[in-house]
Design a protein around this ligand. Structure first.
Ligand SMILES: *Cc1c(COP(=O)(O)O)cnc(C)c1O
Length: 222
């Protein structure tokens, strides 16, 4: 794989306002460094331990995004350095992130992950759970998190219409919350949607942040 060229090719298709999160899960540090030397600074990981050890080993100006399911008891390992958490799917988790961020004297930007796919297996809040969380008085007291947007994963399918509808549904929820002009810790500006197979669709539906792995590094070993 020519990583530099692949990153350049993805960038060519992106509007200026769309951020590229390069998903480096399972990739060795040397491979990540190739992307780094091609100018990439935002990387996404889905496992706490892998994320923490890559943070230790790699240049400190990398912005690490946690994109995978996060267990409450593991928040402490990434709170001191993580740049954004895309996968907040419960009030309990948000509370823990706030607590651990406080210990590090930080404010951690978070995205609320919404379940938009047809598959059962994908994590995320339902629309009703999202509404409850948004209205929660306790969230309004959390000073060490910022809720900067929403994240979602579409159904894994060949049918682009299904995927488009799911992204459009997420975009609508995003706009609805954004237009409510909620007080801090809400600062709605990011919509993280789109992976290698569906990012062009996602951008058309209003994504501001895409998470791309295999288009850049090739297929991961299973
Ligand atoms: C692995 C992963 C991606 C990237 O997937 P590709 O299809 O390799 O681009 C994006 N988002 C999440 C949450 C992931 O776990």
């Amino acid at each position: 794989m020519n990583i530099e060229k692949n990153i350049a090719n993805v960038r060519l298709t992106l509007p200026q306002a769309v951020a590229l999160v390069v998903v480096s899960k399972t990739q060795p540090n040397a491979t990540i460094l190739e992307a780094y030397h091609a100018g990439q600074r935002i990387f996404g990981e889905n496992k706490v331990q892998e994320l923490a050890s890559k943070y230790e080993a790699l240049p400190k100006d990398i912005q690490w995004h946690m994109i995978g399911h996060l267990q409450t008891n593991k928040v402490k390992y990434i709170a001191p350095f993580v740049s954004m958490i895309h996968s907040v799917d419960s009030f309990k988790l948000l509370k823990e992130i706030n607590k651990e961020a406080k210990k590090s004297d930080r404010t951690i930007p978070c995205l609320l992950q919404v379940h938009i796919a047809r598959e059962e297996s994908k994590f995320g809040l339902s629309e009703a759970e999202l509404e409850d969380l948004v209205k929660s008085n306790e969230v309004a007291t959390m000073k060490h998190i910022k809720i900067v947007g929403l994240m979602g994963m579409a159904t894994f399918t060949d049918n682009p219409e299904t995927v488009r509808m799911e992204f459009s549904y997420l975009k609508n929820m995003f706009e609805k919350i954004k237009n409510t002009s909620l007080p801090p810790p809400f600062e709605m500006k990011e919509l993280s949607m789109g992976m290698s197979g569906d990012y062009l669709l996602a951008i058309n539906e209003g994504s501001t942040m895409i998470r791309i792995g295999s288009t850049i590094f090739g297929d991961r070993e299973k």
